[in-house]
Design a protein around this ligand. Structure first.
Ligand code: AHR
Length: 328
């Protein structure tokens, strides 16, 4: 009997230990923090060329914090090559999702194939790409740029009712980028075959304020009869307005000004009558991006295209003076 006691105690301890382990393992409630997986999103931003872009970056960073997503933010300073490097670094880091705001539409095949091989879904934000295999990205979230161009033209058709001739100069965005291409074609498609409207000059201002001003100076020196400036973003418009005023002309009266984005600075000039129409293009895409990225991180499908709600502000609105602060 004396000899069996240690063996019995040992067996009892073993059984107690197993029971304890069983209850520990089937404990309910949230997993400990260390076990929870925080989604990691690598965001390749194309640059900081405009107030719009700066607002977009700020919004994406804030939305990631709100959503509890770990964001790796890389700004490419307007160089596609830097975006390739950023995407490759995200792949090496094994992020859950890559969010890409592509500077231009062409040239993404190889790097997106590398992301696919690494099993990382890619979400396009803001701009679109032109690629042979569209399955190399999961979806797109951003504005409907074609509609923006059409809205700009619809405003002009209303404004120009009764005008016999409408000479238009266009300062376009970055060559090869989705907004530059679609804002140009939506505008032209809608003006259609009405021969009163003539685009007498079109030049790229790369979405930069400095180039907006420089281009407008050159345009004013070269053309005498300009009725309309159609500018693809507010930054270039603000620069162009400086040039128009330096030439002794009144923007909004001597020249009809149509711009796209809806930055605070442009809305302020709309209220002063120096801009006639602002087509909204919102940079506040952060929450949408985070929602879609989290769904992708969970392995869910997302819509191919998601557009935010946008509107047009113009001198025809009754409530222009009451437009609330824009936040960018
Ligand atoms: O892609 C969106 C465009 O890029 C915005 O209109 C412009 O301001 C930005 O630089």
């Amino acid at each position: 009997m004396k000899k069996r006691l240690p063996a019995l105690l040992l067996a009892l301890a073993l059984v107690l230990g197993l029971v304890l382990l069983f209850f520990l393992l089937r404990r309910e409630g949230p997993a400990p923090v260390a076990d929870r997986h925080v989604p990691i999103v690598g965001f390749s931003q194309l640059g900081s060329e405009s107030g719009w872009r700066v607002g977009n970056s700020r919004d994406v960073i804030a939305a990631a914090q709100r959503a509890g997503v770990e964001l790796i933010y890389e700004n490419a300073g307007q160089k596609q090559e830097n975006q390739f490097n950023a995407i490759r670094s995200f792949i090496a880091y094994q992020v859950d999702v890559i969010a890409l705001a592509p500077i231009v539409e062409e040239g993404w095949d190889n790097v997106l194939r590398e992301a696919r091989e690494a099993g990382i879904p890619v979400l396009l934000s803001d701009r679109y790409i032109n690629i042979g295999d569209e399955s190399l990205f999961a979806g797109y979230v951003g504005s409907d740029f074609l509609e923006e161009g059409k809205a700009a033209a619809r405003f002009l058709m209303r404004k120009a009712a009764g005008m016999a001739r409408v000479n238009i100069v266009e300062i376009a965005g970055t060559e090869g980028s989705t907004p530059a291409k679609q804002r140009a074609s939506g505008f032209r498609d809608t003006l259609g075959a009405d021969e009163r409207f003539r685009i007498i000059h079109s030049v790229s201002g790369d979405f930069l304020r400095s180039k907006g001003k420089e281009n407008m100076r050159n345009i004013l020196a070269r053309f005498d009869e300009i009725d309309v400036l159609y500018s693809h973003n507010d930054a270039m418009t603000l620069g162009a307005i400086e040039a128009i005023e330096e030439a002794g002309l009144s923007p909004g009266q001597d020249i009809i000004i149509i711009t796209i984005d809806g930055e605070q600075g442009a809305i302020d000039l709309l209220k002063q009558g120096k801009i006639n129409c602002v087509v909204e293009c919102t940079p506040l895409l952060g929450d949408l991006i985070m929602d879609l990225a989290q769904r992708l991180a969970r392995g869910e499908d997302i819509p191919r295209v998601s557009h935010p709600k946008e509107r047009v502000f113009s001198e025809f609105d009754e409530d222009v003076q009451r437009i609330p602060p824009r936040g960018y």
